[in-house]
Design a protein around this ligand. Structure first.
Ligand code: MEV
Length: 438
């Protein structure tokens, strides 16, 4: 049995690695080398990365790829994507090329409001709480002035503070439900600081409110925190083309393929088992851009899936239809993103990714990210309803399989060529390698 360690965070990086190696890695020099092999030789850069988090001992790389040729609102973009899964960047690029010759992607920002809540308990008369809230409402803005001043200069700030009776959910449960505009920042720190100020005001003013009984004066703040559910920070992206232009490399006529496509999306709208995988494919594209641009993919994931359940049942985030002689495909997704603050000004690759995108505003980044999700879903469904996903996927995965079998550069060259006309599978790659090696 291992003993718990105390003071781990205070140890140096070397000490942490020594302890880990001794405790879990049989003190293997090889294991220590693996950890150190990912250190950056530029000490300043390494320190920067170490300080993003805590107890860091090394770096965990993700491939940083580019999907070029995205025509979005008549402007060309190359989209940076950080993702480890093979096929994703290739699929995005393929979809970009397809739609690039069919008018490209069109986008629209529906709204940019973000939400935060002060959750509190109040034991007493709601009418009195309501009057109290009306009386102290200006004090929320006033108390938060030192925090909101800069944000207001940039065009943002507090948009509303409402009192909500939630006693139908839990006894004595109320909220301050607050809306914010945070312009180009994701705004988590701004929102949470405002909320904690509101909570203070609420607690202190209740003590002074003479209409409250002594019990009513004891408002208990449970917590103050932003919500990652942002159905009003919403973007829409769409593509459309005449049915006869829908077919590309397949021999299936455009109309027939479009009908099959629409049916595949309808299945995801109705059937949660399929919807989850369908949306997972969308998130392949979305998360990759969100990560590359230094945004919080966990927040985006949580918000997107909540939105996918907004009608009480988990459903597809994309929708497709045939409208007369046209095929239409769209996504609507909440995306609380930032292009200033957080990692965006710190991480050199994030800065570069934003530069590649033309240093977008948060709204422009929302548009690009939504497009990446729609493109990814388009490519996945196209494969699923024609060749099946494995053909393309395994081709892209070939290099991973070859690396697993420790293929040499020459063997890789020969087999990449061979699999241009053959179906890739783990067992077949093993057989072909064996043949080459004999
Ligand atoms: C794999 O990462 C994503 C897909 O499963 C998405 C889908 O099925 O639509 C291919």
């Amino acid at each position: 049995m291992y003993q718990p360690i105390s003071g781990f965070s205070k140890q140096s990086k070397e000490q942490k690695i020594d302890w880990l190696a001794k405790t879990y890695l049989k003190n293997s020099p090889e294991a220590k080398n693996i950890i150190k092999q990912y250190w950056n030789t530029d000490q300043k850069l390494q320190q920067l990365h170490d300080e993003f988090s805590e107890n860091t001992i090394s770096n965990y790389y993700l491939p940083f790829g580019i999907a070029p040729n995205f025509l979005i609102n008549n402007k060309l973009f190359s989209i940076p994507m950080a993702i480890e899964e093979s096929s994703v960047v290739a699929a995005a690029s393929k979809a970009a090329k397809f739609w690039g010759t069919r008018g490209g992607f069109k986008t629209k920002i529906i709204d940019t409001l973000k939400v935060g809540q002060v959750h509190f308990s109040f034991v007493g008369d709601f009418d009195k709480l309501s009057s109290f809230f009306k009386k102290i409402q200006p004090k929320f803005q006033e108390a938060a002035k030192p925090i909101t001043q800069n944000m207001e200069k940039r065009g943002g700030g507090i948009k509303s503070v409402q009192l909500k009776d939630k006693t139908n959910l839990l006894p004595d449960y109320y909220q301050l439900h607050c809306e914010f505009e945070t312009v180009d920042s994701m705004g988590a720190n701004f929102i949470n600081s405002c909320l904690e100020t509101f909570a203070d005001v609420l607690e202190k003013e209740a003590q002074l409110y003479t209409d409250f009984s002594s019990e009513e004066k004891e408002i208990e703040i449970i917590m103050s925190i932003l919500s990652n559910y942002v159905p009003e920070c919403l973007v829409r992206a769409e593509v459309s083309c005449p049915l006869n232009e829908f077919s590309d490399t397949t021999t299936i006529p455009g109309k027939q393929l479009a009908e099959k496509f629409v049916r595949a999306v309808k299945i995801a709208e109705k059937e949660p088992y399929r919807a989850v995988t369908h949306n997972k494919g969308i998130m392949n594209g979305i998360d990759a851009v969100v990560l590359a641009t230094g945004n919080d993919f966990r927040a985006i994931e949580a918000g997107a899936h909540a939105y996918a359940s907004k009608n009480g049942k988990y459903s597809s985030l994309t929708h497709a239809e045939i409208d007369g002689e046209n095929f239409k495909f769209s996504i609507e997704i909440p995306l609380a993103l930032g292009t200033v603050g957080g990692l965006t000004g710190l991480h050199p690759l994030v800065k570069l990714a934003l530069q590649i995108l033309g240093n977008p505003s948060a709204k422009q980044l929302m548009e690009v990210v939504a497009v990446a999700g729609l493109a990814q879903n388009f490519a996945a469904i196209q494969s699923l309803i024609t060749t099946g996903i494995q053909e393309g996927h395994m081709k892209m995965h070939l290099m991973n399989i070859l690396n697993q079998y420790k293929a040499t550069e020459t063997e890789k060259k020969v087999l990449v060529n061979y699999y241009k006309n053959h179906v890739v599978s783990y067992s077949d790659v093993a057989i072909q390698l064996e043949k080459l090696r004999q």
